[in-house]
Design a protein around this ligand. Structure first.
Ligand SMILES: NC(=O)c1ccc[n+]([C@@H]2O[C@H](COP(=O)([O-])OP(=O)(O)OC[C@H]3O[C@@H](n4cnc5c(N)ncnc54)[C@H](O)[C@@H]3O)[C@@H](O)[C@H]2O)c1
Length: 351
């Protein structure tokens, strides 16, 4: 039996950092030693709420606790320095998506992890999403033949950029959701992306004083001849029956797969208002982050459990810093394409 408990910390204990905390508290091989947040009040209250013994506002002080690994769940633009600091001290890193917002930052993170031979895993939990895993397996088994087309929609209601994320204006729906969509698509296709053509729509969020685009439509061509169209919107109405709208269609030479992970009617609830104030019809999330009898369930904690088990067993995680760099390159190419109005070729992907 494997008995080693992995000593862990979480940096950034906002809405998603709490998920990391819960995952580590639940996993039998994990010991959540400390948490860290630059907001001292939040660090203290979160430590009290979850019974975490040590809390800090300084990453350096937290790292002095002698940790095996840390999760980084700070805003999208604040991942790199923390990851480099941890990796340079021989601490494994699970970083929230996107790995970082610039190529240079991704390269620094990868170099720091390589220098100390520590893991740099990116939290793309859709690789643990049962529907996507089945689709990926069917593709790998040859059941679909050659993949020619993927349509991938991952969007949020306007609640997310206007009420949930205080830093939405410093990020984008491309970084926040496009990162997931691009990673899952590349993973499904299993070939190198070669060209990106993207259109960006703006106006609704900037009109509300949030300087970020409303949506992106991104076409990606792959080296094996497959093409993907990815749609990411941050302005779906709050009256939508689900906070997230997630759909995918995969067309191959021998078969097709349709995925509907958010509106599949596993449950449809019709009430005057949900406790969160959303109107009538509601398809509550029961697959990503459901809480069942007080336990955090759903596939979002599976990627975090995977990180724990990789550290415990000395296995390399299923996602890497190199995947993160490719993902950020795609996002930057999409922005460039949207700005210029022309397709952008991807070059030097191995550097
Ligand atoms: N995997 C997913 O599906 C998923 C879902 C939601 C968010 N995320 C990602 O998780 C990250 C955090 O998102 P969130 O929604 O929890 O944001 P949030 O704003 O709720 O929380 C971020 C926290 O980080 C703290 N922080 C900021 N800079 C810091 C620093 N330098 N050092 C220490 N603490 C710092 C803030 O005080 C805040 O408490 C983002 O990268 C986001 O894209 C991923």
């Amino acid at each position: 039996m494997k008995t080693k408990r992995v000593r862990l910390g979480v940096v950034g204990v906002g809405s998603w950092g709490r998920m990391h905390i819960r995952a580590y508290l639940q996993h039998a091989s994990a010991e959540l030693v400390a948490i860290c947040d630059q907001d001292a009040k939040r660090a203290a209250s979160t430590a009290k709420e979850f019974g975490v013994g040590r809390y800090f506002t300084s990453v350096d002080e937290m790292l002095a606790e002698g940790l095996d690994g840390i999760s980084i769940a700070t805003p999208d633009t604040a991942h790199a320095d923390i990851a480099v600091k941890a990796a340079s001290q021989g601490v494994h890193v699970l970083v929230e998506k996107p790995l970082a917002t610039t190529v240079r930052e991704c390269q620094r993170m990868i170099a720091a992890a390589r220098a100390k031979d520590v893991y740099l895993m990116v939290d793309w939990h859709n690789r643990w999403n049962p529907a996507y895993f089945y689709a990926w397996q069917a593709i790998r088994n040859g059941e679909l033949g050659d993949i020619s087309y993927i349509y991938y929609r991952l969007s949020d209601t306007i609640y997310v950029p206007t009420k949930m994320l205080p830093w939405a204006g410093e990020s984008s729906v491309m970084l926040f959701l496009g990162s997931h969509a691009l990673d899952t698509t590349c993973w499904l296709v299993g070939a190198k992306p070669e060209r990106v053509f993207c259109q960006r729509k703006e106006g609704v969020l900037t009109g509300q004083g949030i300087p970020t685009a409303d949506m992106y439509i991104t076409l990606v061509d792959f080296a094996n001849g497959a093409t993907a169209v990815i749609e990411n919107s941050w302005v779906l109405p709050q009256s939508s029956p689900s906070l997230i709208d997630h759909k995918c269609e995969i067309i191959g030479s021998k078969g097709v797969i349709y995925l509907d992970p958010t509106h599949d009617r596993a449950i449809a609830k019709y009430t005057a208002k949900t406790p969160a104030g959303f109107p009538d019809a509601s398809f509550p999330d029961i697959f990503v982050t459901p809480e069942i009898h007080g336990r955090q369930m759903g596939f979002s904690v599976e990627s975090m459990y995977h990180f724990v088990e990789c550290l415990r067993d000395g296995k390399r995680p299923l996602t890497s810093g190199e995947d993160g760099l490719l993902n950020t390159r795609l996002i930057i190419a999409a922005e460039e394409s949207a700005r210029k109005g022309t397709p952008v070729k991807l070059r030097n992907l191995d550097k």
